[in-house]
Design a protein around this ligand. Structure first.
Ligand code: A3P
Length: 303
């Protein structure tokens, strides 16, 4: 029986854990068929690091001259519909050639680790926006998400089981730490190509980071826009409070593929920093922090 994307046990492929019927299939198809353009911008992240937020921000930044904030498409469209999710979406719903007709600059999203990206993406000169997050919050967010979207007949995972697998790196698109390291190294080699962001920093100083994001995307805010409050309007539109209370995100569904249909509301849980404190024991916290310290030691990644 088809069990759906995330409920498939991931398999190891070139050092990365992928669900065999969808993500792995998607990676291989993309490696063979994706044709990137230098003007493309790809949002990349491990699961539950803030893709939904970044998607809406990038869409709103890129298209701000087209829409009025009172009738903006994000008020009626699920956040994951605003641009294609390369690895779980297009290859089942649409032929990959459909991407060719999208006008430039195209926006895409992916969870694929840097080392598995199609050569077309890494060699085309296209840009990447990468976001990561405290792995303790990633674990909690992912654990809760997976239990919500799993088929009913499957048992829920306990936090202890989810924790053990996460620490061992057995996690879709994982190991988490290798995912971050892959994009970090690439961002050090080509800082003009990869904007490396952290969820917690964006939450603390959204104004600073939205401006940095717009500049990186080649769409800096003009002084006039700043005076007119466009930056604040975008932040308000894409805020957790606003998006999570929209009708489309309370009752709408996102059909990523024939086997992965997710209620939009599952993408909005708490949107806070530090919810891990409500779920992890001291020993669990210390173990994850130790792995993070060991993995990121000498890299310069600010943990
Ligand atoms: P929590 O489960 O900790 O609440 P992703 O979008 O990559 O799947 O990540 C989901 C996480 O981002 C969830 O975290 C979700 O609540 C949070 N999130 C969703 N939309 C957000 C927004 N507009 N601003 C901040 N956080 C958001």
């Amino acid at each position: 029986k088809e069990r759906g994307w995330m409920s498939e046990h991931p398999v190891r492929y070139q050092g990365c854990w992928l669900s065999p019927k969808s993500a792995l299939k998607g990676v291989i198809l993309l490696q063979n068929h994706l044709r990137n353009r230098p003007t493309d911008i790809i949002l990349a992240a491990f699961m539950k690091c803030g893709t939904t937020w970044l998607r809406t921000l990038m869409f709103a930044i890129m298209n701000r001259s087209l829409y009025d904030f009172s009738s903006h498409p994000l008020l009626k469209t699920g956040p994951h519909d605003c641009f294609p999710f390369l690895d779980a979406y297009i290859y089942e719903n649409y032929p990959i050639t459909d991407l060719e007709v999208l006008p430039s600059p195209r926006l895409f999203a992916t969870h694929i680790p840097y080392t598995l990206l199609p050569e077309s993406a890494t060699a085309s000169g296209c840009k990447f926006v990468y976001i990561w997050r405290d792995p303790k919050d990633v674990l909690i967010s992912k654990w809760q998400f997976m239990n919500k979207i799993k088929p009913e007949e499957l048992p829920s995972l306990s936090i202890r089981e989810a924790f053990e697998m996460f620490c061992q790196g057995i996690s879709h698109y994982g190991p988490f730490w290798d995912h971050v390291l892959g994009y970090w190294k690439a961002s050090q080699e080509s800082p003009e190509m990869i904007l490396f962001l952290k969820y917690e920093e964006m939450k603390r100083e959204p104004l600073v980071y939205i401006k940095r994001l717009a500049e990186f995307m080649g769409q800096p805010f003009s002084l006039e826009e700043e005076k007119e409050g466009v930056v604040q309007e975008i932040l308000k539109l894409c805020s957790f409070e606003n998006l999570s209370n929209l009708e489309v995100n309370k009752i709408g569904v996102q059909k990523f593929s024939n086997v992965l249909v997710v209620n939009n509301r599952e993408f909005f849980r708490k949107g806070q920093i530090g919810d891990w404190e409500n779920h992890l024991t001291d020993e669990m916290k210390e173990r994850i922090d130790q792995i993070t310290e060991d993995k990121f030691k000498d890299t310069g990644i600010d943990i």
